[in-house]
Design a binder for this molecule. Structure first.
Ligand code: DOR
Ligand code: ZN
Length: 348
């Protein structure tokens, strides 16, 4: 990393959690991720979800076909676990190099999770096989029990599901995705080196008040939902601590304006266009710009056992105006920080 008074240069980063969608929207949003990141873990919650090696390979082909000429980007594919997943399919996914991980969506926890797992006991054999072959488990960590308050679902998931799972399968590598609570940060920090977490820009910038500031703000709504201020502060501490257990995963989740601004609006924040600028603001505010490269470019590859990227990217300390809306190949989408001015500009 090199930093002067107004420039920050880091090794090329990766995004360890993105939703690229499919079809026309894929072509519209992919360049934003590919412009800032060398690689990205691509979430499999399509309709239908990516449950087989063949489906993962086909999706990877569609992503590469949608990549504008001259862009250097590698999608890392993920399997979507269901109650019926065949353990051997996951072993094949690892062996053929198609899958970098497999994602546990508790059924009905979030967007595109209807086919998810109804009880982790149902995928016990799959998890054992993943542990054996070294395929990481990526976890959406929320219980789906309607009796549990939405703001408590992550903390309850740790006690009911994640802690027992990590205890029973000590060799399984687990990424606790998009953590939103002090409890999650603490759980990850206190677990072995096989447990890590991604942290999104929105959970470092906003607390739950932002969803209700002067009225209901659908573009601040994602799952897991933003929590109280003390959780945001705990996440900032974890992200900027320098611990290799925490790394960059935006959870960029584009939805058309009309699908967000609706009686039942979709969960998801589209943060890909200004992701690095958004994270850099946090690291600067925390006086931790020296920890930014580890979080963005080093800790993720180390956890996944992949080489770090060649090359660098540079951010300049200069005003960067975020538009109110972005046209993603014909679909209007409101980006995170819409209408705001950020203090860093991505130079490439
Ligand atoms: O807010 C979210 N949006 N959380 C998720 O877990 C899924 C994502 C999506 O796919 O839109
Ligand atoms: Zn996600």
């Amino acid at each position: 990393m090199t930093s002067t008074a107004n420039r920050l240069t880091i090794r090329r980063p990766d995004d360890w959690h993105v939703h690229l969608r499919d079809g026309a929207v894929l072509a519209g949003v992919l360049p934003y991720t590919a412009r800032q990141f060398a690689r990205a873990i691509v979430m499999p919650n399509l309709s239908p979800p990516v449950t087989t090696v063949a489906a993962g390979a086909a999706y990877r082909e569609r992503i590469m076909a949608a990549l504008p000429a001259g862009m250097d980007f590698t999608p890392l594919m993920v399997a979507y676990l269901t109650d019926g997943t065949d353990p051997e399919e996951m072993a094949r996914g690892k062996e053929t190099g198609v899958f970098t991980g497999a994602k546990l969506y508790p059924a009905h926890a979030t967007t595109g999770s209807a086919h998810g797992v109804t009880d982790v006991a149902n995928i016990r054999k799959v998890l054992e096989r993943m542990e054996q072959v070294g395929l990481p488990l990526l976890v959406h960590g929320e219980v789906t029990d309607a009796h549990v308050d939405i703001f408590d679902r992550e903390a309850v998931f740790i006690d009911r599901v994640l802690a027992p799972l990590v205890r029973d399968l000590p060799g399984l590598r687990v990424v606790f995705e998009h953590i939103t609570t002090a409890e999650a940060a603490q759980f990850v920090a206190e677990s072995g080196p096989n447990v890590a977490a991604t942290i999104t820009p929105q959970h470092l910038h906003i607390n739950r008040n932002a969803i209700f500031a002067g009225g209901i703000r659908p573009h601040m709504y994602c799952l897991p939902i933003a929590k109280r201020e003390h959780h945001r502060l705990a996440l900032r501490k974890a992200a900027t601590s320098g611990s290799p257990k925490f790394f960059l995963g935006t959870d960029t989740a584009p939805h058309a304006v009309g699908a967000k601004e609706a009686a039942c609006g979709c969960a998801g924040i589209f943060n890909a266009p200004y992701a690095l600028e958004s994270y850099a603001a946090v690291f600067e505010e925390e006086g931790a710009l020296d920890k930014f490269e580890g979080f963005a470019s080093l800790h993720g590859p180390a956890f996944y056992g992949l080489p770090v990227n060649e090359g660098t990217v540079t951010l300049e300390k200069a005003p960067c105006a975020v538009p109110e809306v972005i046209d993603a190949n014909g679909t209007p989408i409101v980006p995170f920080h819409a209408g705001e001015e950020l203090g860093w500009r991505f130079l490439g």
